[in-house]
Write a protein that binds this ligand. Structure first.
Ligand SMILES: Cc1ncc(COP(=O)(O)O)c(C=O)c1O
Length: 341
């Protein structure tokens, strides 16, 4: 076994078929023993609940090669917990946290040749998911499920690395106030495909969604939360029951407060006040922290003082602190890094 011969520095955010994936099946009311398999294909009945009624939840996390050559994951326990919440929201059985963590470790270990080397900016993306595998025709939950976890090496989600993004305020809504926006389920992403394609066709990097009830508050983008920095260096981020509780954002809020000494406020954020902020960034496992340079709504343009050429100074410090912890350059808070090898 030896490292794959990939152009690690120039990887996109794409699927590669790696060697091993983990599966466990839920039948007769319990999860069976899991195992690593080689076959990337899933064979299910044409009337499986996932195919007919989108009964599916998923997660996304990364494994990194650190400066000392170890391979680690970043706060995988929080992904395991969020998947429990998502599953409960879609009438799916809980996949136990310890088993989730073991599956992550096993898949990373079985695909070590695919873990991008330190210093390349790339990482091994891990995609755990559960889907209703049993046939249904009436609208009801499946009785059988599959948990599956595969890995694929990825580079930055947004091409151009630190080049600030341009967002457009979407004409469409992502999630209803008492809907599924806080859960990580494929159905939230299916509904975003039209508006994402439209945004790209119009030359924008991403959509920014507003609250569906009043369309006055900022929520998040299609695949990341948003943070703002005020002129007096306070971190402000939207609070809403319909956005996904980002693990990256939770980590950033902690680091902003405890490592950079910033005031941190989570509160409803009106679109109207966004023009007063000094910096903005999208944050998530895939986005890491991607600076936002401009937000466009129809004829209106909000250009942040940090501009379109570089990250703002505070977003940059947060980015460096977070990524250096993930790469083992500086120590992370207790329990944030899980060493696999
Ligand atoms: C809609 C949405 N919001 C936010 C995030 C960020 O969450 P996390 O930091 O846990 O990856 C994601 C996933 O990356 C997402 O899909």
């Amino acid at each position: 076994m030896s490292k794959k011969n990939l152009d690690w520095e120039n990887l996109g955010f794409e699927y590669y078929e790696t060697e091993k994936r983990y599966i466990a099946n839920y039948t007769n009311g319990e999860w069976g023993k899991g195992k690593l398999i080689s076959d990337p294909n899933v064979v299910i009945n044409e009337s499986a609940a996932v195919l007919q009624y989108c009964q599916q939840v998923f997660e996304g996390l990364k494994a990194y090669t650190t400066k000392d050559g170890s391979v680690v994951t970043f706060r995988p326990d929080l992904n395991a917990e969020r998947m429990l919440d998502s599953a409960a929201g879609l009438q799916m059985p809980p996949f136990p946290k310890e088993r989730f963590l073991e599956a992550v470790d096993q898949v990373v270990e079985a695909n070590l040749d695919w873990v991008p080397p330190y210093g390349t900016g790339a990482s091994l993306y891990l995609r755990p998911f559960i889907f209703g595998s049993k046939d249904v025709i009436a609208i009801k939950p499946a009785e059988e499920f599959q948990f599956r976890l595969y890995a694929t090496p990825v580079g930055p989600y947004f091409k151009g690395g630190v080049n600030p993004l341009t967002l457009r305020v979407s004409k469409y809504d992502r999630a209803a106030p008492r809907g599924t926006g806080h859960l990580k389920t494929g159905l939230n992403y299916a509904m975003s495909l039209n508006t994402t394609v439209e945004a790209h066709q119009e030359g924008y990097d991403e959509n920014l969604f507003l609250d569906a009830a009043t369309r006055t508050y900022v929520e998040e983008s299609g695949g990341a939360n948003i943070i703002f920095i005020t002129e007096d260096n306070e971190l402000v981020t939207p609070k809403s029951s319909s956005i996904l509780p980002s693990i990256t954002k939770r980590s950033i809020l902690y680091l902003a407060e405890n490592h950079l000494g910033l005031k941190v406020t989570e509160r409803p954020v009106k679109l109207e006040e966004v023009k007063n902020f000094a910096e903005a960034g999208l944050c998530g496992t895939a986005a890491v922290i991607s600076p936002v340079g401009k937000i466009v709504k129809g004829e209106e343009e909000i250009v942040f003082p940090s501009g379109m050429d570089d990250m703002g100074p505070t977003i940059k410090k947060l980015y460096e602190t977070l990524t250096q912890m993930q790469l083992g350059v500086i120590d992370a808070p207790e329990g944030w890094i899980r060493k696999i090898k």
